[in-house]
Ligand binder design. Structure first.
Ligand code: PSU
Ligand code: MN
Length: 314
């Protein structure tokens, strides 16, 4: 089990099934909830959240979707709770690191970003986390200084995040530079190149390529056993059949960013706006790709969590 467990029963409600699995040293995979409320439209968001949980189970681990409901930090949600988040959409507070204490203190509902989900997962003693895409350094950073809190969280919180890489709504080169500075390893799962979310490759090299869950779990385990706190990124490319090549998606992304700038959308609203506009522009094709890549990440995360639990027991 993780060395950083601060399971504070004052604030955390860990679902019985998740608590039991953690106690017994079984594989658990954390899942975020901003992707449900702000990342996809209803009802696809709820359907996807449920399918992701099933995929984690089918691969031998217990899913723990994380959110804040009525000020309680939840680790493991019921179907009704998932449905509530999915239906509420952007009425729920997009909750990153800075927001957690306020959403809790004011007894509100919060959907956790990658950063906030990492924080809660670490509190609960979960080590492996599956999502779609992480936040990063935004294009136009030179003038906006928009860098997602996800990156600082990866620098300090010991969670392995399985994602489909970094999408080109972000400045991929600067995101990688930031991660290098902060000492966050970027692993390619069965690839030498960082995936670009919709596309299988960004053409940027990863730090290390790993081809199987056991080797991946061993590298993660070794980092933390060395006493080196902090996260890792595992970039898992979307399956070939579901990918949208960069040549096709990049024009839509560029157009959506121009629209965003014209509308004056900034800060935490940017990613949800861009995802929704790209889905409209591609007539739902990008949403389909998004769903497929999350399921693919859930598979790899669950298999890695199983191997990681094995190492921890051994
Ligand atoms: N990228 C996606 N879908 C998402 C997000 C990013 O393809 O839903 C969400 C994640 O929750 C991520 C957050 O942690 O956006 C980053 O937001 P910001 O850049 O405001 O930190
Ligand atoms: Mn931002």
């Amino acid at each position: 089990m993780s060395t950083q467990q601060h399971n504070n029963p004052l604030f955390l409600d860990i679902a019985p099934e998740v608590a039991r699995a953690l106690e017994q040293g079984k594989a658990v995979v954390a899942l975020e909830s901003t992707i449900i409320s702000h990342g996809m439209p209803y009802p696809w968001n709820v359907e996807t959240a449920l399918t992701v949980e099933k995929t984690v189970r089918d691969n031998g681990a217990i899913p723990a979707t994380i959110a804040i409901l009525n000020g309680r930090i939840k680790v493991g949600l019921s179907i009704e709770e998932l449905e509530h988040l999915g239906k509420s959409g952007s009425d729920v507070i997009k909750t990153s690191r800075r927001d957690i204490p306020f959403v809790v203190a004011q007894q509100k509902d919060g959907a956790t970003t990658v950063a906030a989900t990492m924080i809660v997962a670490a509190m609960a003693g979960i080590s492996i986390f599956a999502t779609g895409g992480i936040g990063g350094v935004h294009r136009g950073f030179e003038s906006t200084m928009d860098v997602s809190a996800d990156l600082e969280e990866l620098a300090q919180t010991s969670i392995a995040v399985v994602c489909a890489g970094v999408k080109s709504i972000l400045d991929i080169a600067r995101t990688l530079e930031f991660l290098e500075t902060k000492g966050v390893p970027v692993v390619g799962y069965q690839t030498d190149q960082l995936p670009a979310f919709y596309a299988r490759s960004s053409r940027f090299a990863v730090d290390y390529r790993i081809d199987d869950p056991v080797s991946l779990a061993k590298a993660i385990h070794t980092k933390w056993r060395l006493g080196m706190a902090g996260g890792l990124i595992v970039g898992n490319p979307v399956p070939e059949a579901d990918a949208i090549p960069s040549e096709e998606i990049d024009q839509f992304i560029d157009d959506a960013i121009i629209e965003m700038d014209k509308k004056g959308i900034t800060g935490k609203e940017t990613t949800p706006f861009l995802l929704a506009r790209i889905a409209e522009k591609t007539a739902g094709r990008s949403l389909d790709t998004n769903i497929k890549l999350v399921l693919n990440n859930a598979t790899v995360a669950a298999q890695t969590a199983v191997a990681y639990a094995e190492l921890n027991r051994g």
